[in-house]
Design a protein around this ligand. Structure first.
Ligand code: ZN
Length: 492
């Protein structure tokens, strides 16, 4: 969804920000990357989802998880990237307590996907981010720091992890946030990852540097970590741009370092200074065979891809005539687009804009108010929309019928009948009531004749009161005005 961007700051007038984003996301598989341990370790006691392979014990042999490979290939196809004919795994060597083998199995020069792109809307219009690569690797264990001790939980060790790296083509904090949002939507829509940032299933890191506008060379790159929400991504990058601009203006050197984002303080802080570039001494993983990606396999993965978010938004806009805003709201929420499409399918006479209003307004309000979600029958929503459109019930009563349907599961027709919500839209029946009201309110009729137009509103109110709100308000207004124009209540 497009929000208004923060106003350009003075820093952005002098400097141009060069931003690249790295995203790590946990792939949706039932077992780990190279062993059969379950990935359902969320909330489990520490070190209960482990085996010799994911503990990194000597002599244990890894076996490739086919589903994880398919998720990365599906992502690669969805971002229009190149897929090599064959790939392999490489060892990335470094020492850290969360990596007992002393190396991580990753991909170096033959990623599963390269040279892709992702397009999304921003407050300045559509923007395309070039994606350098998407590759597959294993997650590390998790360090838990407490009272003077650090503990290692290996449940996460060896979980399949996809890394997606962009070219340094992002220029604003808003573009960075929108890219991360669109990538999450894409990964969820193809079922590759749940990509929940707060649960660590999607981890976003940004490389940020500044250069004077009109110059070519890149400035010193700062890596920003610990951004646990989309809002944090935008705020942290915005903060970092301002911080670097202040340093450059003051003639202070910008150090190559890794900085964390503190949500409480609203600022980035130094984690470590990088004095040398990392040398991981990659070499091909000797325990895993190269992987051939044959065309039939790729074709079946491509055939299984659903309609992607960008294509769906374009279809809603261009074929169904929805606004860019409505299309974005519907596509950003899988429940909303499912209900929208099912409602349209249930009754072809409903205009797309009308169905979109009901779904983005009434349905999402009810759904968001219920943490466990709501169940809605699109056939019933279609029946409600048609009843409102035909004047059988008012718009306000339509909302009431929808609420009753969602909470009781009862059908629209039964709710309308049981609650007596049908409007009086019959001109003859309404005419009789209007005549009675005018006859009973001679003073108001006289006021109207004396030129007091507001008397009409009073009389319409009396008609609504006489029908207990069941008169079709628009028709009642027309009938009152027509009778007054005729000379008021008949005097027979
Ligand atoms: Zn294991």
């Amino acid at each position: 969804m497009v929000e208004t961007a923060s106003p350009p700051t003075r820093a952005m007038e002098r400097y141009e920000a060069i931003i690249g984003i790295e995203v790590h996301c946990q792939l949706k598989t039932t077992s780990k990357m190279f062993c059969s341990c379950s990935t359902a370790y969320d909330g489990a006691p520490p070190n209960t989802h482990v085996c010799p392979v994911c503990l990194g014990l000597p002599g244990a042999l890894p076996v490739i998880n086919r589903r994880a490979v398919e998720h990365v290939l599906a992502t690669g196809l969805a971002i229009e990237s190149n897929v090599p004919e064959a790939t392999r795994w490489d060892r990335k060597n470094y020492f850290y307590p969360d990596l007992p083998k002393g190396y991580q199995i990753s991909q170096y020069d033959l990623p599963l996907a390269s040279q892709g792109r992702l397009t999304f809307d921003t407050s300045d219009g559509p923007f395309t981010v070039d994606i350098t690569r998407a590759h597959l690797e294993e997650d590390t264990a998790k360090l838990v720091h407490g009272d003077g001790v650090s503990l290692v939980d290996f449940n996460r060790s060896g979980a399949p992890l996809m890394e997606v790296v962009t070219e340094p083509v992002i220029r604003t904090a808003e573009q960075a946030r929108r890219y991360a949002e669109e990538l999450q939507l894409l990964l969820r829509s193809i079922g590759a990852s749940d990509a929940d940032m707060e649960r660590g299933q999607m981890r976003v890191e940004a490389n940020v540097s500044l250069r004077l506008r009109g110059t070519e060379p890149f400035g010193t790159r700062i890596e920003v970590k610990n951004m646990n929400s989309f809002r944090a991504v935008e705020r942290a990058i915005g903060y970092e741009i301002e911080r670097q601009a202040r340093a450059l203006d003051a003639g202070e050197p910008v150090l190559q370092e890794t900085r964390g984002w503190s949500e409480e303080r609203g600022e980035t802080y130094r984690m470590r200074v990088k004095e040398t570039s990392d040398d991981y001494r990659y070499f091909p993983e000797p325990d895993l065979p190269p992987l051939h990606l044959d065309a039939t396999w790729l074709a079946s993965i491509r055939a299984d891809l659903p309609e992607l978010p960008g294509a769906k938004r374009a279809r809603y806009r261009d074929l169904l005539g929805l606004s860019a805003y409505d299309a974005a709201v519907l596509v950003a929420d899988p429940d909303a687009s499912t209900v929208f499409e099912a409602t349209m399918a249930a009754d072809a006479t409903i205009p797309a804009k009308v169905a979109a209003n009901w779904v983005t307004g009434d349905f999402l309000r009810l759904r968001n108010a219920s943490p466990s979600g709501v169940s809605i029958d699109a056939e019933e929503l279609a029946a409600i929309i048609v009843a409102v459109d035909a004047g059988t019930i008012s718009r306000a009563n339509g909302r009431e019928v929808l609420e009753a349907h969602v909470s009781t599961g009862e059908g629209a027709a039964a709710i309308i009948a049981n609650r007596g919500l049908s409007q009086i839209s019959d001109a003859g029946a309404l005419g009789v009531i209007v005549d009675e009201v005018l006859a009973a309110n001679p003073a108001a009729v006289a006021d109207y004749r004396a030129g007091k137009d507001q008397a009409v509103g009073f009389l319409i109110g009396q008609v609504m009161k006489a029908t207990k709100g069941q008169a079709n308000a628009a028709l009642a207004g027309d009938a009152v005005r027509a009778r007054l124009a005729d000379g008021g209540a008949r005097e027979d």
